[in-house]
Design a protein around this ligand. Structure first.
Ligand code: DX5
Ligand code: ZN
Length: 221
């Protein structure tokens, strides 16, 4: 399995000093999770392409863009130009995952699929050979600071079993309610990338919070 990585979610950062916040987490990780919302696919707005483009020159981290929008295909070219490396699209938002994967690749982006909590894992399994990541939401998308939904761990296990049994290499990312108390259960189910918003940026020392999450993850009972 690929190494464990913590992906801080910028949604929980102090937006009045985004550059500094990015520099703080870059001390401890190489992956930044960027939640883009349109007020339509989810009942909230966050930040968009100009914000991502303005952060790109400040950081060498891999930019992991979680698109919570309808018609996500429409943004691929601009996201690539803004410096996104990997884009994930909700399976609930796209009629044709094969075509979406092809379009992302044409735009020069790595591609992943996301499932909201009510969506069964079977919806994405047939497409895992097309993706570099499957993102399993452990809260309903749209807001940070929600509680982890333990039920989704079964889906993480099923995805891990499918990936191993089919000889695939997709990462399994989990997003929502990840804290020092929940991260080990996600690891045990088979996730290898852990998004953390509030647990990182809600801490006065975001870099220390990442170290703490990683220590919890690497501890073996
Ligand atoms: C929710 C977003 C998450 C969010 C996670 O729609 O996809 O990435 O920022 O926030 P926490 O870690 O606070 O649950
Ligand atoms: Zn997210």
């Amino acid at each position: 399995m690929a190494p464990f990585r913590i992906a801080p979610s910028l949604l929980a950062a102090d937006f009045s000093r985004l550059g500094e916040q990015v520099a703080e987490v870059e001390k401890e990780t190489d992956l930044l999770h960027l939640d883009v919302m349109d007020g339509h696919f989810v009942p909230n707005l966050s930040f968009g392409i100009p914000v991502i483009a303005s952060l790109r020159p400040l950081s060498a981290m891999k930019f992991d863009c979680h698109l919570m929008t309808t018609n996500p295909d429409a943004y691929l070219t601009e996201l690539a130009r803004a410096g996104v490396d990997l884009v994930t699209m909700h399976i609930e938002a796209i009629p044709d995952p094969t075509q979406a994967a092809a379009r992302a690749q044409e735009a020069g982006l790595e591609f992943g699929l996301v499932l909201s909590p009510p969506t069964p894992i079977g919806a994405v399994l047939p497409f895992l050979e097309l993706v570099s990541m499957v993102l399993i939401m452990s809260v309903n998308p749209g807001f940070g600071g929600q509680s982890f939904l333990t039920d989704v761990l079964d889906k993480v296990e099923e995805a891990r079993n499918w990936i191993e049994s089919h000889g695939l290499s997709a990462d399994i990312e989990i997003d929502g309610g990840i804290t020092a108390s929940t991260i080990a259960s996600a690891r045990d189910a088979g996730a290898n990338i852990f998004v953390a918003g509030t647990a990182v940026f809600g801490d006065p020392d975001p870099a220390a919070a990442i170290r703490n999450l990683r220590a919890t993850l690497e501890a073996r009972e």
